[in-house]
Design a protein around this ligand. Structure first.
Ligand code: DGL
Length: 272
């Protein structure tokens, strides 16, 4: 059966991933699902993030998506492997779920010259050490340091990302990261909300540092994946549409989505 590509996030952040994907692959149909009622996931335990993420993946499968992208670093770090290894083979063997950490890790080795890489992400992603493990596997000898930024997601969710109050938290987290390793020349923005803070990040980050937001790299990786997997590519419908679902209020989603996408969207509320 053919269907759209599902993109899941705990909330709005995955819209930055969806946007990157739709710019590169506009021909396909998409369904975006934000679990806004239960976001943020960043401070939740492995078990809870797995449980919530699996519910969302099942819902997207119910909507007919043969392929789901976890457009959320926290869900990718804490739930992806278990879903791929424990759920899919026994329950949906023909469907696929992909994450955002591996494709991001793949590109940083090429972007960094010093091979000293910084990661800014939620507490859950940093604690999982997923980036460190993936990058070390791909580029042995690299030095990876991370800094959790617990205030950054709330700044975005509360529409404070371009206000003066955000400066303190952005400056503080960047200074803490750089103090851990002054040789860092590349910083992964390892949370899908962070591109909205880009102006502030650029303000407090040395200009010599390469900042790595994820959207365009996830899009390139998805394009490569579909080229390598024609059996999946032919199962994706190509009407160029996008439907939005949220577990929270439709009004709030529409307001916030407009910040991320700079366009008005039609959204339905759903229980998962
Ligand atoms: N979108 C999530 C991520 O990329 C951050 C938001 C959350 O904590 O739920 O990690």
């Amino acid at each position: 059966m053919k269907g759209p590509i599902g993109v899941f996030d705990s909330g709005y952040g995955g819209l930055t991933i969806l946007e990157g994907i739709r710019q590169r692959l506009p021909q396909y149909d998409y369904i975006y699902l934000g679990d806004n009622a239960r976001a943020p996931y960043g401070t939740r335990s492995f078990d809870v993030v797995y449980e919530f993420t699996l519910q969302a993946v099942k819902k997207l499968f119910d909507y007919g998506c043969p392929l789901v992208i976890l457009g959320c670093n926290t869900a990718s770090a804490k739930a992806l492997r278990s879903i791929q290894q424990q759920y899919l083979p026994f329950n949906a063997p023909d469907n696929r779920v992909l994450g955002v950490i591996r494709p991001t890790a793949e590109v940083v080795g090429e972007l960094s010259h010093t091979h000293h890489i910084g990661v800014l992400a939620t507490e859950g992603t940093i604690r999982s050490e997923s980036y460190k493990l993936e990058i070390e596997k791909l580029y042995p000898g690299s030095t990876i340091v991370g800094e959790a930024c617990p205030m950054w997601v709330p700044l975005v969710e509360n529409n404070e990302f371009d206000k003066p109050g955000a400066d303190y938290f952005v400056k503080d987290s960047l200074a803490k990261l750089m103090a851990k390793d002054p040789q860092i020349d590349t910083i992964i923005l390892g949370c899908t909300h962070y591109p909205l803070l880009m102006d502030k990040i650029k303000k407090y980050c040395p200009s010599s540092i390469t900042l790595v937001p994820q959207g365009k790299y996830i899009a390139k990786s998805l394009e490569d994946y579909l080229q390598r997997h024609p059996e999946m590519q032919c199962r994706i419908t190509d009407g160029g549409s996008c439907k939005y679902f949220t577990t929270e209020s439709r009004t709030k989603f529409r307001e916030c989505a407009a910040l991320f996408l700079k366009e008005d969207v039609v959204v339905e509320r759903v229980n998962i």
